[in-house]
Ligand binder design. Structure first.
Ligand code: SF4
Length: 420
């Protein structure tokens, strides 16, 4: 399919007219925010938006129902969150959040900064589609699972060049990595001038054609990239003895008040592409205080939480295409124990639900809940296991990569599609 229209990805200077009001997307290359920037975003969400920060699947931030776009742009520019008016929408750079602190072969955060600077320095690259994604993986294989358009993954002392989510076999040194990624971006730009596609994988033979422009020969065995990777959650001991805290954010919605508490820790905050955050470089006592304060405010520090296996599109009221308010339905499903772990329930007995205080403590799920009819379901009858994405319509926006159960709202009720 040839794309004749320009991509419609929103930014700060070009808002998306969502059903619930104007939406701004703020790029956060490498996911790194300084504590002052977190505070600015929290105040902007409170003063100019709907009171929450939305974390996206590319480690960016969205603010909804923006009342004053000029004021927002001015605040973000002052905070260093809008360094370029021409390139703002192409700064989609995801880096391994724990890089340089816990495991991995390399620290890729510096390369993320260099790549961002290099992108902004090339006027032509402002024409990249806003959908293009750069991934910088420190070798643990986490962000490579996102199947970005252009990426690197550390392999020992060098990096594998990834295009359209596959290893090209090309190996580059750390000093060459940013230059080669920028060259690949230019190669893709030239190709899309003919094809009009928004993503490299959409162009037949695109990977081979971009590879040819780089004039480098493949060397070494190709990496097999994984489909999924664990989200960094909870208490993570850094290689230098400090603590990194990984915290899930239910459905990626971070209330401004909670963001202000994150800012008050006065450490950098890394946004992850799994709609969670990492607070690195904490002394043990500080980390204990953070957990004690922020867990009751809704952040998830328990890797077993069902919130970590679910995601949802905007749904109603943010999207006019949605058949229902999927986020409310999904929240209800979690609170009543209908979002299950990877294993289906024992079919021989009814399974008591996990019940929140104040809810119906007698509720019991039917024995065949996970196996029964999977379409035309009322929201209260949806029971799904494992990683799952709830969508308000068939477009399934924001669906994660890898094996995921789809819970899709249709005109006739919910439909469940389990992964093959
Ligand atoms: S999946 Fe459908 S309902 Fe959900 S945000 Fe996308 S278009 Fe809207």
């Amino acid at each position: 399919m040839t794309r004749s229209a320009p991509d419609s990805c929103p930014g700060v200077l070009r808002l998306h007219e969502a059903a619930d009001g104007p939406l701004a997307r703020i790029r956060v290359p490498g996911g790194r925010l300084e504590s002052g920037q977190v505070q600015v975003l929290a105040e902007a969400a409170h003063d100019l938006g709907n009171g929450s920060l939305e974390l996206t699947s590319r480690g960016n931030v969205q603010l909804r129902r923006i009342r004053d776009a000029n004021e927002l742009a001015a605040r973000l520019a002052t905070a260093g969150l809008l360094p370029s008016r021409t390139h703002e929408r192409v700064r989609n750079i995801v880096a391994s959040p724990l890089s340089g602190r816990v495991g991995g072969f390399a620290d890729v955060h510096g390369l993320a900064t260099d790549l961002d600077v290099g992108l902004q320095a090339d006027a032509a690259l402002a024409d990249l589609p806003g959908r293009v994604l750069f991934t910088l993986d420190d070798g643990r294989g986490d962000v490579s699972t996102l199947r970005g358009d252009i990426g690197i993954q550390a392999v020992g002392d060098e990096f594998a060049l990834l295009l359209a989510g596959t290893d090209t076999g090309i190996r580059v040194t750390p000093d060459e990595a940013v230059t080669v990624m920028l060259d690949a971006a230019r190669g893709f730009l030239d190709l899309r001038a003919e094809s009009g596609q928004w993503r490299l994988h959409e162009i037949p033979g695109g990977v081979e054609k971009v590879t040819e422009t780089l004039d480098r020969s493949p060397a070494g065995a190709r990496l097999e990239l994984g489909a999924t990777h664990d989200i960094p959650i909870g208490w993570l001991e850094q290689d230098n003895g400090l603590i990194a805290l990984g915290a899930g954010v239910p459905l990626g919605t971070l209330p401004a008040r909670v963001a202000e508490f994150l800012a008050a820790v006065e450490h950098p905050v890394f946004l992850t592409p799994w709609r969670s955050v990492v607070l690195p470089d904490l002394e043990e006592g500080t980390a204990e205080t953070v957990v004690r304060v922020l867990a009751p405010m809704g952040l998830i520090f328990d890797a077993g939480s069902p919130w970590l296996q679910v995601s949802a599109c905007a749904g109603r009221p943010g999207c006019a295409k949605s058949h229902t308010d999927v986020r409310t339905d999904l929240t209800e499903a979690i609170e009543t124990g209908r979002v299950l772990g990877d294993e289906p329930p024992d079919p021989t007995e009814g399974r008591p639900a996990t019940v929140e205080p104040g809810r119906d403590a007698e509720r019991t799920l039917p024995a065949d809940a996970a196996d029964r009819a999977e379409s035309g379901l009322d929201a209260a009858d949806v029971v799904a296991t494992g990683r799952q994405h709830w969508s308000g319509c068939e477009r399934r926006c924001g669906r994660p990569t890898g094996p995921v159960t789809d819970v899709v709202a249709t005109e006739g009720g919910y439909r469940i599609n389990r992964p093959d």
